[in-house]
Design a binder for this molecule. Sequence first.
Ligand code: DGT
Ligand code: CA
Ligand code: CA
Ligand code: ZN
Length: 578
Amino acid sequence: MTQLSNREIAAIFFTVADMLEIKGESIHRVLSYRRAAETIQELPRDVRTVFNEGGLTDLPNIGKVLAEKIEELLTTGELSFLNKLADEIPLGVVDMLRIPGLGPKKAARFWKELNITSIEDLKQAAEAGELQKLSGMGAKSESKILEGIEALGRRSDRVRIGEAYELAHRLLDDLLAVEGALHGAVAGSLRRFKATIGDIDLLIASQESDSLMDAFVAHDLVHNVIVQGSTKSSVELLNGQQADLRVLPPDRYGTLLSYYTGSKEHNVRLRELAIKKGLSLNENAFVPLDGSDEILCAREEEVYTTLGLPWVPPELREDRGEVEAALADNLPNLITVDDMRGDLQMHTTFSDGKTSIREMALTAQARGYEYILITDHSYGLGVANGVTEEEIAIQRAEIDAVNAEFDGAFTVLHGIEVEIRADGSLDFDDEVLARFDLVQASLHTSLRQPREQITERLLNAMSYRNVDIIGHPRGQLILEREPADLDMDAIFEQALTRRIAMEINANPHRLDLDEAHARRAAELGVKLTISTDAHQPAELDNMRFGVGIARRAWVGADQVINTWPLDRLIQWIKERRS
Ligand code: DGT
Ligand code: CA
Ligand code: CA
Ligand code: ZN
């Protein structure tokens, strides 16, 4: 029996969740499997080790029943519950759920009413116009399905930055503890803070590589060794991702770091500049074209200095104007995590968050923030059990009590993530919204409305006087759901006119605004926020990913309103609402 990896166990639970959903079981049961699958997929340790320690039920979203299922998978390699489900539902029907826009209800209908049991069957039926014969299906939904099947072919096996970040940094920390390791870095797309990551690139400076390579391939996050060499090794991690480790002596570390940080496009530009100076540049050194001695760079700054450039922040290295800016000594002054004075979106037990207002505040204060904004969902978002009009005063009283405890050392602001309904109206009118310190409005439902309709809808929400911020404006979920078809130029224009800030949601599942729109918004002068949308204290750490997107968008601190001191923020709210 081959040992199952975290990824394989997670995949099995995702399949069970899908099957239960196709069967029409309760959403709670479906979600319990799906959440458990996410926990395992993103677990930065081998689930087998956790099991051996007897710690499965200490993991989030894993109760007794799921722990037993994990145990069964680890000890037998199989799950009898899944086998039973698979007798009822063909796996090809489950497979159809991977098609963007195709949910379990439709999949069940295609199977039961048309006897379709694979994506290939479905494609043929759609092409033959069979699907539109079903009640409630039209030619349009049929062509949407064909589009979805095409999109599926373009899907990549990249992972979200949050997942890769944690794995990469655990690997790096453990490798740096190996004797002889001097210093190192996570390079590649992770160092550039891209929203999705292909493989993980790790670099270490050391005179001696063998013990590092041994430690790397034997690491408990490693599922499978692809290749082990003296300067480079590659492995497959438990989550299915590839990780590469490269080791060079410290006097060559600067060129190594520069090369493997990339991007490829940025590197091409650097090599062109090198050639103009009579040098060829590779991962080991600058090699003079006239045959004289190599130029070694121990530090990355020296690579840029040799090329006559100031050091370029990794997030800019995409050949999107940064080389020209560096040549003109005109690089932007980018925002940093340390610039953030507060976090303006988070949830508590007043809606779907896990902890109290006080708990979130204490964690935020410990991070060095000066203030936070509590933004529980309003009641209209059914699944979140949100705040009703009656509960506003109750929540306010609790916030007042927490603030009294802080006695001026930290401030909790009372906000709301007010639901934008399908018709563009909000759960609360302006009069009720005025009771909050700061109001965030967001779209969560009916995201597939046609462009004109959904644009009008968001513009209408932005016409409320007391809406200050639009949360995760485009509604995308990274690797899961395409953004809504919004006319973002019209949205940004309205944001400027009404002085509304646009959020860069820092949750690695969202990262919305994305970097392209954040850059556009910043160029237009639209104010931004960067907030984590945390549903539990640990998620406040996601700020780095939002800041990463802002840096990739060339954003400076002053444009982001939660870098401001509290009095400036409050003044801004006052002015924009008047
Ligand atoms: P990823 O892994 O797809 O998220 O993106 P990267 O940027 O991490 O790409 P990866 O892992 O293939 O390579 C890491 C860096 O190494 C890349 O950003 C630039 C450099 N590199 C890799 N292959 C080449 C190449 O053929 N030419 C040049 N100039 N640079 C390369
Ligand atoms: Ca990479
Ligand atoms: Ca790589
Ligand atoms: Zn939201």
